[in-house]
Design a protein around this ligand. Structure first.
Ligand code: SAH
Length: 207
């Protein structure tokens, strides 16, 4: 998977490649899906959500440009797979998931696997996690209608935020940088994520 789907598609950061090699994706999906875990596609993780495509996990990790000492906020824990990759690349990962069942399962799994620099919180990640702000990096793994202002506010000056922005079914992967008070946005590629639901995301219709 690493050679063909990750390095072969242009991911060069050696720390990201090493982290992708160390974290076994099959451990983050249900046993009956384990045989598909190394195909480059999203897979269901229950509650209508998906574990992201490995290439997208690698690309977003590379775009964060982590050196190793950062505090990272992740929105959309899902299975915890991206969290585990980030745990290898930075000092601390604070991850927020809105579906309690997924948050609890991911926290338990990450702890069992020994990722001691990760913490999972249940809540609406569109308003970030005020308690531990500011963050050096923020990654959002669900599609937003626009950049949530609260997340931009919780980013350190000089920090970077990676987020899919677009409509409910198709988004653009954006890198947002904070230069002092100025916000600079750069488009990377098209992508497809499940919707980011919440106060500064899409409206929740069925709850
Ligand atoms: N990186 C995860 C991707 C999971 S899919 C993985 O690879 O497993 C995106 C996740 O974002 C879903 O679990 C969904 O429940 C969550 N999500 C959507 N809106 C959210 C919000 N406002 N706050 C926190 N999590 C949210």
């Amino acid at each position: 998977m690493i050679d063909l789907q990750i390095r072969g598609r242009g991911i060069h950061d050696s720390r990201v490649l090493a982290a992708m090699e160390r974290v076994h994706r099959h451990e983050f999906v249900a046993a009956e899906l384990a045989s598909s875990a190394y195909e480059d596609c999203p897979l269901p993780i229950g509650s209508g959500q998906t574990i992201s495509q490995p290439y997208m996990v690698a690309l977003m990790s590379e775009l964060l440009a982590l050196q190793g000492d950062e505090r990272v906020l992740e929105i959309g824990t899902g299975s915890g797979y991206q969290t585990a990759i980030l745990a290898q690349l930075c000092r601390e990962v604070y991850s927020v998931e809105r579906i309690p069942r997924l948050a609890v399962a991911a926290q338990e799994h990450l702890q069992r696997c020994g990722y001691e620099n990760t913490r999972v919180y249940t809540g609406d990640g569109t308003i970030g996690l005020a308690e531990f702000q500011p963050y050096d990096r923020i990654i959002v793994t669900a599609g937003a209608p626009a950049l949530p202002q609260t997340l931009a506010d919780q980013l350190n000056p000089g920090g970077r935020l990676v987020i899919p922005i677009g409509d409910r079914f198709l988004q653009k992967l954006m890198v947002v940088e904070k230069h002092g008070p100025e916000i600079v946005q750069q488009e990377v590629c098209g992508c497809v994520f499940v919707p980011l639901l919440g106060k500064e995301g899409w409206k929740v219709y069925n709850e």
